[in-house]
Design a protein around this ligand. Sequence first.
Ligand code: LLP
Length: 382
Amino acid sequence: MHNKLNRIPTPFYYYDVDCLQQTLQAINRHVAPHPNFHVHYAIKANANPRLLRLISQAGLGADCVSGGEVAAAIAGGFEPSRIVFAGVGKSDNEIRLALQAGIHSFNVESLPELEVIDELAAELHTTAPVAFRINPNVDPHTHAKITTGLNENKFGLPFEQAADALLRAQELSHVEPVGLHFHIGSQITETEPFRQLCLRINELQALLEARGIRVANINVGGGLGVDYDDPIGHPIPDFEAYFDTFAQHLQLRDGQQLHFELGRSVVAQCGTLVARTLYVKEGVARKFLIVDAGFTDLIRPAMYGSHHFTQNLSAEQQTPAERYDVVGPICESSDVFSRDELLPVTHRGDLIAFRSAGAYGEVMASQYNLRPLPKAYYSDEL
Ligand code: LLP
């Protein structure tokens, strides 16, 4: 494998298609006992066309947050009737595109947005299915920048406004209230926050029922985390425990459908960013490994302080021998993949792999410093 990778110009993304297929099979296997469970892939995690095709072929729906994502989902083979569309700031054109495509539902995040969707649906002589995104105020115990379900976040409607929002939607003639939507955050590695979410939804459903309101769909968002420390030992997240939590704790009403929006857990472990060592530089007290990938290729370490499991693919002996600060070439001091990374002795030309980079990697790449965007390669095409 190393020989094949060695011929590709660096930096690049490498996708292990088997790993993705096995992940998709695991999802389908654990969802199969629950015919009312529907998994949508959160396209924001990775919109690579080849991956979208494989994911749509496995039968997942799509979760989109922009008109661009709705278009990419349709081009990638997702049925419009299985696309949900979220986002606090949908533009008129994005709403029109989704209405014309005939998506499953809009996840509406404010009352002004509801009114605009109603108006635009009326202009197009159609009715928009809407779910309200409700803020459950559950703490997912994850990174602050990816916590979304607390009251101080910009997302969704406050819990207390859910009933009035649904009643308002019933009054409007071109929207149809079909569901409730929630999302508490991302990279959640315990089941407890998801159980808390279930309890909040049960509470809300009881409140709504007292006011004579029942919806057809519950959407619990995404957020299932992956093992960034040990991607080799744990390439596939524990979907069984995740789905079981909802099966056990969520009190669905007769005929109610349960939707999920999984991003990271579907694609993180199949992707690797591969870079080449440009220089090994001796600092005063530390050694720098300067590679040809930077935060333009993978922004997660600089933006969230995340650590991606790092390997020297060229070293003959994998025994860790030296500590390096692994840094990129971008002219900012935050362009650091990790500090004191323990690696085999590394030389100019060695290939360095940053694992678990399939989610929020390639899709967040930029051209800052006028660097080219990284290209993608696939295990079954090399
Ligand atoms: N649904 C909604 C409404 C979301 O906001 C998100 C992610 C998802 C689903 C998918 O969540 P997942 O299953 O991937 O956790 N760039 C950050 C993560 C941002 C997550 C944004 N929302 C990172 O690299 O960690």
